[in-house]
Write a protein that binds this ligand. Structure first.
Ligand code: ZN
Length: 204
């Protein structure tokens, strides 16, 4: 699934859920949700986020860079910070480096929980609690959306490697896949345009 579709699903759902008071609607929250919906694909060397993080889109380069960043966080924590969550970020980067697309930690419940709790910890520490739910929505719906593709996701990684998918799936890049993703994006844009006056009025 393309990054655009994931962002569309995340942002649209946040707006819909805000109508039912599940989440507070803020511009910052929508931005965080958009970023969080791109985050699980960080394990893909050609992913949207990696285009900006990595200088070369190659698997061994990706692995070594993430490995180095991971070790950096762990050492930083060991010698200076001593905060449990910083260590989690470090371990996460190392695991991400060794994960191949969708076979690893970022598309699993463990990934969802560790990323969300790390973000939640930072959000509570620095006072932007209202972004925790949008983050969770963006990240969680990415995994759920990928379950509608024929490749599925390894939901219980690293405990089980089995891939889980929905009874009805489509293949990414196929005619139906593109049509489906196109419909989601255009439906989302129409919905957002209709809701825009209300969103702007509600925002502080
Ligand atoms: Zn994905």
């Amino acid at each position: 699934m393309t990054g655009k579709t994931h962002v569309g699903i995340g942002v649209m759902s946040t707006v819909v859920l805000s109508q039912y008071n599940v989440v507070e609607l803020t511009l910052g929250g929508l931005v965080i949700c958009a970023l969080a919906s791109l985050l699980p694909d960080i394990d893909h060397p050609k992913a949207f986020l990696n285009k900006y993080i990595l200088p070369i889109k190659n698997k061994s380069v990706k692995t070594s860079i993430y490995f180095t960043i991971g070790i950096f966080f762990i050492l930083l924590n060991l010698f200076y910070l001593n905060i449990k969550y910083v260590e989690i970020i470090g371990i996460f980067f190392i695991l991400t480096g060794f994960s191949s697309h969708r076979n690893g930690i970022t598309h699993s419940l463990v990934g969802l929980i560790s990323f969300s709790s790390t973000f939640g910890y930072a959000a509570r520490t620095y006072g932007f609690r209202e972004y925790i739910v949008p983050f969770f929505i963006g990240y969680g719906l990415h995994i759920l959306a990928d379950m509608f593709t024929n490749r599925g996701v390894s939901l219980f990684y690293p405990f089980r490697k089995k891939k889980y998918k929905m009874p009805i799936t489509f293949s990414v890049g196929s005619f139906w896949g593109n049509l489906f993703e196109g419909l989601i994006i255009s439906g989302g844009l129409i919905y957002l345009t209709l809701k825009l006056p209300e969103i702007l009025l509600n925002m502080k």
